[in-house]
Ligand binder design. Structure first.
Ligand code: ADP
Ligand code: MG
Length: 774
């Protein structure tokens, strides 16, 4: 800024000199040989021209052609070489933390520079950058937060938004903001990078911005489906064990839950008119059980193992890339392979997990070829679909599913559940096998399923709750939420937007005039569902942190209790044991978690989980998530780690305080309990009569000492069930939740039997329950 012209020139000359020296090193020269073979390299001049002459450019190209690692680097090199180094300030966004880190490390190495010098990265809670950094890889979320302080991104010369084809919510959101910003910053350059060919959509959004396509080459990949894989592997089809013991895992429990409670699976819908029985028989050689192989919530890891074994025994050399849905399955698969005498040999197999939330990845092991005679097996989530390219993959095993957030109007919280991928993803996964030679892809689902997959996945903004996004719009001061969102690439439904705004008003994050409240400001800085965020804040403020962390982790992840079909009674009993007389599934979860921690310390975790029908994987995930939540709270100043945990847990043993915090987090998901003779009937504001879920500790119970339940999730099947609930009192609900004011719905159906509110008269507050409708 203040440097004189001469100073600036000196700095620019230094930068250029430094770059020339780095380039002369042997290591850089060696990597340059590799770089020059990348398809992106052949288009270097053309790409640089396009970026120079246009404010917006859309660049597409096959995964692995060099968009992410090369394009930002080309611009940086060119600017420094042209003597504009000090004005150059490139930001390249990545949807995932792990790609931001690994790409930054790679680009720094290709430049021969130390990471954090000219090239750096920044992700939430962690950064490697310095005053010298001219190219910064960051997560999309980091750039969005930076926009709060610097709405015009002054000082930034180039923004490159990567992986836009994924249509993540953050990326779609960022594009709206950038499109509005461009006229105010005519010197700012925007580059959009996409793997597939829907470049026109983005070009049109930016008023016909020029498109550049990097042509790529891949080898043919042979495609096998479940029917072929069963034939090849002679995989035995056995009656399912219920998924509980982790074996045979199609998950009888998962399957059953699905048909009973979840919306119909679109793939099953596609079977309408098909003789399902005979189709199943084709894949199952006469038994229907094998339906579970490909239709359960979980993947049949036995089948994955069989396919791996087939490749390693019968096929030629080459790395194997396995796509599963999450960390859970990756770690279970690692366990299985350890127990398998074939794979448990580190001289022959290098088994590497690859997951988006891993703190770091070992770049050398993942990307380089293993020593001769060693087969590399990478167990990955869909992160290896486009973000991370492993060149030497020859075999791909594709389970056909990925975790996606889904929003069902009945669900009060977004949930991350495995769902069938789109044809585009299946294609992309297959393509990973053909980078260095012809390959083979094993899809572990029938061809029929492939045929009925969606062509593209729905953009995230159209399939998730919008509360978090709405809060961000407000904290970035982008005006009216509805009119801002109407400018999106594919705008969400008006009703979905209104629902989100209403909820934010109800929980006190927005005023009735849609202005951000202080609570809303804090919630906007937490990258979690606002309800979960509110529970965390309340837990910290009311010194009841441990339980808030545990319950929030349970809500954000999933219930650690397993539901084995043939031990249902015992499993229910275990949950009731933890709940005691609390009338609370959340307290049962809390007690189970605390007992698990104790058992772990005593070295008897395995038995403990087994005896109490708990999944140690889920508990472990919850534990990790608790730690993340804690970091987030200290990041925004609600928790001072140096003061130790005691101070934040003075009331953690007080279950009344836990109930109060639950009210704060779960409101307005409220059920009224009304005595009906000896029985209890349950009502909600929107649905009328509901029932506690049969697995809830509140099912088939009649004596409720408090008149309300707060709940986390609601599902609709034969009846409307609240899945997990906690019995709470009037005062807790009013003081920590809010007012309830509904009696009958339009059809005159009985809803909540009255309403509650505080009435202030002089100095006292009275709790009144008015007009019982019975
Ligand atoms: P794109 O963004 O077009 O998908 P990338 O720029 O990510 O392509 O990758 C280009 C090439 O660089 C690929 O062959 C990939 O394997 C390689 N590569 C990327 N990151 C690393 C790394 N950290 N170590 C080694 N090779 C890498
Ligand atoms: Mg890329």
């Amino acid at each position: 800024g203040l440097a004189s012209g001469a100073d600036k020139e000196r700095v620019n000359a230094e930068l250029r000199e430094n770059q020339r020296q780095l380039k002369a090193s042997g290591a850089v020269k060696a990597l340059e040989v590799f770089r020059k073979k990348l398809p992106a390299f052949t288009m270097k001049t053309e790409l640089l021209e396009a970026v120079k002459n246009n404010q917006v450019v859309v660049v597409s190209g096959e995964t692995g052609c060099g968009k992410t690692t090369q394009l930002p680097q080309f611009v940086l090199e060119e600017e420094i070489e042209a003597g504009r180094g000090s004005e150059c300030n490139i930001i390249c966004t990545q949807p995932r933390r792990i790609s931001a880190m690994s790409v930054a490390a790679r680009v720094a190495a290709e430049r021969g520079d130390a990471l954090g010098q000219s090239v750096g990265y920044q992700i939430r809670l962690e950064a490697k950058r310095s005053a010298q950094t001219r190219l910064l890889f960051c997560t999309t979320g980091v750039l969005l937060r930076r926009l709060v302080q610097e709405p015009d991104l002054n000082g930034v010369s180039h923004v490159m938004v990567d992986e836009i084809h994924e249509r993540g919510m953050n990326e779609d959101f960022l594009l709206i903001i950038l499109r509005d910003l461009l006229p105010r910053r005519p010197d700012l350059r925007l580059v959009l990078m996409s793997a597939t060919i829907n470049a026109e959509l983005f070009s049109r959004y930016f008023g016909g911005a020029p498109m550049k396509h990097i042509p790529g080459f891949t080898f043919p990949v042979k495609e096998l489906f479940l029917e072929d894989v069963l034939e090849l592997t002679h995989y035995p089809i056995v009656a399912d064990q219920g998924g509980y013991n982790g074996g045979g895992g199609g998950g009888g429990g998962g399957r059953r839950r699905k048909t009973q409670e979840k919306a119909q699976d679109p793939i099953l819908e596609a079977f309408e008119g098909v003789n399902i029985d005979s189709e199943y028989r084709k894949y199952s050689r006469g038994t229907q059980q094998s339906l579970q192989i490909w239709n359960g919530d979980q993947i049949d890891l036995g089948l994955v193992e069989a396919a791996l074994q087939h490749i390693c025994v019968k096929e030629g050399e080459g790395a194997v890339l396995v796509f599963v849905t999450g960390w859970d399955e990756i770690s279970k698969l690692v366990e299985r392979l350890k127990a398998n005498s074939l794979f448990n040999d580190s001289r022959r197999f290098l088994i590497l997990p690859l997951h988006g939330s891993m703190p770091t990845i070992n770049q050398r092991e993942i990307f380089q070829r293993p020593p001769a005679g060693v087969r590399k097996i990478v167990l990955a989530t869909n992160i290896a679909e486009t973000s991370i390219t492993i060149d030497d993959v020859v075999y791909v095993i594709d389970c056909g599913k990925a975790k996606e957030t889904s929003y069902d109007a009945l669900n009060k919280l977004a949930c991350l559940t495995p769902a069938w991928v789109s044809k585009a993803s299946a294609h992309q996964r297959r393509g990973r096998a053909g980078r260095v030679q012809p390959g083979v892809c094993y899809h572990l689902y029938p061809k029929l399923v492939y045929d009925s997959m969606l062509r593209y996945q729905l953009p995230e903004i159209l399939r998730t709750p919008l509360q978090e996004l709405c809060l961000q719009i407000k904290s970035l001061q982008l005006g009216s939420i509805a009119s801002f969102l109407s400018k999106a690439l594919e705008p969400p439904e008006v009703l979905a937007v209104q629902n989100a705004i209403d909820l934010l008003k109800t929980i006190g994050a927005l005023t009735p005039e849609e202005i951000l409240t202080p609570l809303g400001c804090h919630l906007a800085t937490l990258p979690v569902d606002p309800k979960v965020g509110k529970m965390l804040l309340m837990g910290a403020v009311f010194q009841c942190l441990g339980p808030a962390l545990t319950i929030a982790a349970g809500l954000a992840h999933r219930d650690p209790f397993v539901l084995p079909l043939e031990h249902k009674e015992e499993a229910d009993e275990a949950r009731r044991h933890f709940a005691g007389e609390s009338r609370s599934d959340h307290i049962a979860l809390l007690k189970a978690f605390e007992s698990w921690q104790e058992a772990k310390r005593a070295g008897r975790e395995r038995n403990f989980c087994w005896e109490n029908y708990l999944s140690s994987n889920t508990l472990q995930m919850m534990d990790d998530m608790r730690r993340q939540f804690q970091d987030l709270l200290s990041d925004i100043g609600f928790l001072d780690k140096s003061r130790g945990p005691q101070i934040y847990n003075l009331y953690s043993q007080d279950l009344e305080m836990v109930r109060a915090v639950l009210c704060a987090g779960l409101f307005p998901s409220v059920v009224q309990c009304k005595a009906r003779g000896k029985r209890t009937a349950f009502f909600t504001k929107e649905d009328g009569k509901v029932e506690p879920h049969p697995a809830s500790v509140n099912a088939r119970v009649n004596a409720f000492s408090r008149p309300w339940l707060v709940y986390g999730e609601k599902v609709k099947t034969s009846a409307i069930y609240v899945r997990d609930s906690t019995n709470v009192s009037d005062y807790a609900l009013l003081m920590f939740g809010g007012n309830l004011t509904v009696s009958k719905n339009e059809q005159g159906v009985e809803m909540l039997g009255g309403y509650l509110q505080f009435q202030a008269s002089k100095k006292t507050l009275h709790l009144v329950q008015v007009s019982s409708v019975s």
